[in-house]
Design a protein around this ligand. Sequence first.
Ligand code: IMP
Ligand code: MG
Length: 182
Amino acid sequence: MQDDLERILFHETTILRRLDEMAAQISSDYRKRELTVIAVLNGSIIFMADLLRRIPLPLKLDCLSVASYHGKTQTSGEVVFKQVALPDIVDRHVLLLDDILDSGHTLAAIRDKLETANPRSIRVCVLLSKKKTRSRSVNADYVGFEIADEFVVGYGLDFMERYRNLPCIGVLRKDLIAQSNG
Ligand code: IMP
Ligand code: MG
């Protein structure tokens, strides 16, 4: 799988070191608060597993599944919720976790939907944020790393459902993306 990368952006040790810092910040910010973490499947599962084990708070965990990509490297703009019921978050402080903030469509749509369920607060935490002008503005409260506007895989992030189990994060070779588009 590593051969399919143009270059590695973050090795596993670098990611885990950054997660220590993020977890410390989140643990301090949510001390004495009723925290519910909502993770967006499938991309955030590895990030979620490593981050949450570093947060020693009595939190609740729920997952949401949405689709917006349909196998391409560009967002379709349409966000489809795969489950009917939303988690019970009335009066809870919600921390929304996702792998990456790209166009902003996904997190903006989820955030809008969760607002309707009367949480006490909603904050957004992403491992990666692409430096670009977003179609929908989403303010990420916790960001692991800012990256250029390139297609990346690994550590939960996929290209056509592959590479999620790669322990590092890297830029996918352009020829591989081109092949599957054409
Ligand atoms: P957005 O709605 O455009 O912000 O896209 C968010 C979703 O698109 C993420 O949760 C990812 O699943 C996927 N995504 C966006 N950029 C990348 C990337 O560079 N690599 C892999 N998946 C990505
Ligand atoms: Mg994806």
